[in-house]
Design a binder for this molecule. Sequence first.
Ligand SMILES: Cc1cc2nc3c(=O)[nH]c(=O)nc-3n(C[C@H](O)[C@H](O)[C@H](O)COP(=O)(O)OP(=O)(O)OC[C@H]3O[C@@H](n4cnc5c(N)ncnc54)[C@H](O)[C@@H]3O)c2cc1C
Length: 477
Amino acid sequence: MTNSIPQMVVGGAGPAGLTAAYELAKRGINPIVLEAGARVGGLSRTEEYRGYRFDIGGHRFYTKAEEVQQIWRELLGEEFLRRPRLSRIYFNHKFFNYPLSLKNVIGNLGLWESARIVLSYGYSQVWQIKPEESFEQWVVNRFGWRLYRTFFKTYTEKVWGIPCTEIRAEWAAQRIKGLSLISAVKQALFGSNDVKSLIEEFDYPRFGPGQMWECCETRVKELGGEVELRTPVRTVRHRDGVVTSISVGRDDSVREIPIDQYISSVPLNQLIESLDPPAPPAVLSAARGLKYRDFLVVAIVINQPDLFPDNWVYVHDSEARVGRIQNFKNWSPDLVPDSSKTCLGMEYFCSEGDDIWELPDADLIQLAAKEIENLSLARTADVEDGCVIRALKAYPVYDGEYQGHLNVLREYLSHFKNLQTIGRNGMHRYNNQDHSMLCGLYAAQNLLGAKHDLWDINTERSYYEEQRVDRSNEVST
Ligand SMILES: Cc1cc2nc3c(=O)[nH]c(=O)nc-3n(C[C@H](O)[C@H](O)[C@H](O)COP(=O)(O)OP(=O)(O)OC[C@H]3O[C@@H](n4cnc5c(N)ncnc54)[C@H](O)[C@@H]3O)c2cc1C
């Protein structure tokens, strides 16, 4: 079937794509949003299993962009909750406050180990590693070997699946730059050991982040737009720097849609591979050089009302494969249909095809149930049920080559007159929802005459890193 009306089309119904569509729809333009998956929200969707709702990783809503805050409030109003936040590091069967507090560290590690940490820090300040090329060297130069081994190495290696010696120092500098050593030391010396004092607040929809995006989908439709689920963009046809049409749909229902303007939040490598005629070999090779880290969450239902007060904990023990554990009822009690139970999200960082990714769901649930007991956070016998959600391309990887590849792709795409790429994987950027939304918003405004440079968004990251890193060693959301 051929649709004869040229269209404003958006590829992908994650935060970026839906925000673009929402802005267009509000301005009286009816966009078509094409989404490959069965529900909207992308990585920020909320999955549901027997009434238990859970995120693909817990999703805090935090932004400094007024436009974004306004859209969140406009869409959800009273359903957008202010929630208390507590997240700690779990290591060696003990909870560590973050930022570290001296009392808490000494209490957990003992005087002897704490003294060794201080000595090792002193040593690293006198004998700096030069040149400073890897993540490991960057952290050791600033925190010393022992602190690095206790609080940075294991978790970072779980997230990225490669040794810290192979992660570039530049990445550490970008991710950890907000953490001032002076304030860390001050906090360690004078910081409180009281769990209550660590509690901050964040915004969160009553029924999880997916509620925001399901609501956005409804509004786009009410305003005259279309959102088609299970409709992947397959081929992007172009001529003389203009996208002319795209073919969409599953094998048995492929159709062609003429394009007036195309906004794509589809992963950049996929977009390039889908071009017809194909992109030049150098561009294809750059696209194939982009790397990703995948992720899966095993949601387990536990027959216990209260396990720990944190929204999530970072698991630093190297024997446990799980990297982080979400406690969803602490995000919002409405995520759990029965308050006598707890639903935990056991998060495994992995890569498509590796041993964890390939495990059958039943084995993953068994592994999660075993690990939660090994960590002494719950009993295997109390795990009643579970389900597994796999997320491909959860993290765009910033390796040594990605910037070069990205430059090639940006240069090539800049010659297209009616194509804008937006979003986390659409631009291979480590975006949170707010930055992806800004891309979508600005792309829509560009179609209405604005001249935003979308590649300028999320280049000044320090505010969020400060907020994230100094609270919780979150080198990885
Ligand atoms: C574990 C984890 C924790 C996170 N925590 C936070 C947090 O606390 N706070 C926060 O703000 N952000 C967080 N994020 C980041 C957040 O998930 C992303 O920034 C956001 O979802 C990006 O939105 P997007 O629209 O750019 O991309 P995505 O969410 O990836 O959406 C892209 C959409 O495009 C669709 N698509 C792909 N290919 C095609 C195709 N060929 N045709 C049609 N559709 C296609 C996908 O199915 C998807 O729905 C987290 C991410 C992860 C992985």
